[in-house]
Design a protein around this ligand. Structure first.
Ligand SMILES: C[S@@+](CC[C@H](N)C(=O)[O-])C[C@H]1O[C@@H](n2cnc3c(N)ncnc32)[C@H](O)[C@@H]1O
Length: 411
């Protein structure tokens, strides 16, 4: 692409092209979101960046990093922002809280709620809110309110919101987000679950069997995503169990994970790999990954250094991060191969350890179960059950959090 110099001349055309691409990819599906994205001058929220970068659909632009170089704040990619706005289904006249400010997304929300609605954008970092305020004013969105504070505690001085849109990676759902949601409200949150992130649109289940408010949140949609991590009182550091020498491979686990026998797993790798093919199709990897990691406490994420992949110690899937089933002294993880009969790829397993056969069989059964019963988009229902909530059915494979429990079931 040639370098574009004059933003006044070219930005409407770039926005139109961006909307076209986002529609083609299915990220934009509604007219109001298309109109909002066509209208808001995205480049005014990243001054100094080339127009091509501002209007690239899949590029997040880092705004602030910590001393170690980790991104603390960024303008999220247009793709994920569009997807989340569609998940939110924002209507004119709504009251919306955005958690994590940049300005641009708040401006899109202001377009969607119109003159009768209101948008508040909350960020923990005053430098970010100051910047967002300036960008919003430059772009003509003075009506958006920007506030500084830790979202863990909500916005105590504000009423309930019809929509709460979280734009930082959350590990848990603090009570304030549920209580500050109107009864028919929707919370959209990138939630970290057992080492993976899904942006989940939740609604409140207000009725229990006895007619009371259960406070349980139930998903209406979920999608793959990645975000900078939440800071403040809701900050959470994931635990990595180092297995290989020099941290060459390990297991990323959630709180409440079982005790794994690290020495036995290290020795398991000395056993030759056992390869098993499931006969089941491999596609929609994000859906399969969610199915696998939420299938039980013994399934966690395995990460191996690229050097071990290059040496043939692990398959390439482990280099990217893959669900691993750990049973005592043995473990198994997913692989794939081309299979013309299946019209694409077939899923399979590599297992190591004295009980490789059993653990490979168990894993292959899961691969077949997903392919035959649940292989479609949106087959999962994710529930957030707050601590102390009355809930008629016990959670299936509960994933413990600080303020409640997550449970995932499959249709
Ligand atoms: C990806 S950026 C937000 C992007 C923005 N919504 C946009 O329009 O592109 C995430 C933001 O979340 C903020 N953040 C992190 N933890 C927070 C917390 N506990 N409360 C409020 N904001 C938080 C960060 O300071 C960061 O600016």
């Amino acid at each position: 692409m040639t370098t574009v110099r004059n933003s006044e001349d070219f930005s409407p055309a770039l926005r139109a092209a961006m909307v076209g691409e986002l529609r083609e990819l299915g990220a934009i599906t509604s007219a109001p979101v298309a109109e909002a994205v066509s209208k808001v001058p995205r480049h005014l929220f990243v001054p100094g960046q080339p127009l091509e970068a501002a209007y690239a659909i899949d590029q997040a632009l880092v705004i602030k990093r910590d001393e170690a170089g980790t991104a603390l704040s960024s303008l999220s990619s247009a793709h994920i922002q569009s997807v989340m706005l569609e998940q939110a289904d924002v209507q004119p006249g709504m009251q919306v809280l955005e958690i994590g400010s940049g300005g641009y997304n708040a401006a899109l929300l202001a377009e969607l709620v119109g003159e009768e609605g209101a948008v508040v954008s909350l960020d923990i970092d005053p430098e970010i809110t100051e910047r967002a305020r300036a960008c919003l004013d430059t772009a003509g969105y003075e009506q958006v309110k920007v506030a500084v504070g830790d979202a863990e505690h909500g916005l105590p001085d504000e009423d309930a919101f019809d929509r709460i849109i979280v734009t930082a990676g959350a590990w848990d759902i603090p009570p304030a987000w549920r209580t500050q949601l109107t009864p028919r409200g929707r919370l959209i949150v990138p939630l970290r679950l057992k080492g993976i992130t899904r942006t989940i649109a939740f609604e409140r289940d207000d009725q229990t069997d006895d007619g009371g408010d259960a406070g349980v949140l139930t998903s209406v949609s979920y999608l793959l995503s990645g975000f900078v991590a939440m800071q403040g009182d809701g900050e959470h550091h994931e635990h990595v169990i180092v297995v290989g020498d020099d941290e060459s491979w390990g297991l990323r686990v959630d709180d409440g994970a079982p005790d794994f026998d690290v020495q036995a797993l290290r020795e398991a790798l000395d056993h030759p790999p056992l390869e098993r093919w499931s006969g089941a199709v491999f596609d929609m990897p994000d859906e399969l990954e969610l199915f696998l990691v939420t299938s039980g406490p013994q399934m966690v994420m395995l990460h191996a250094r690229q050097s071990l992949v290059d040496q043939g110690v692990f398959d390439a899937s482990a280099g990217r991060g893959v669900p691993v089933l750990v049973r005592g002294d043995s473990f198994a993880y997913r692989i794939k191969r081309e299979n013309a009969e299946l019209g694409g790829f077939e899923s399979g397993v590599i297992a190591h350890g004295p009980h490789a056969e059993q653990v490979a069989d168990e894993y292959a059964d899961l691969l077949r179960r997903w392919a035959h019963q649940h292989r479609r988009r949106g087959a999962a229902t994710i529930r957030y059950i707050p601590a102390g909530a009355a809930h008629s059915t016990p959670p299936h494979h509960p994933i413990p959090k600080r303020h409640g429990t997550v449970s995932v079931t499959w249709r």
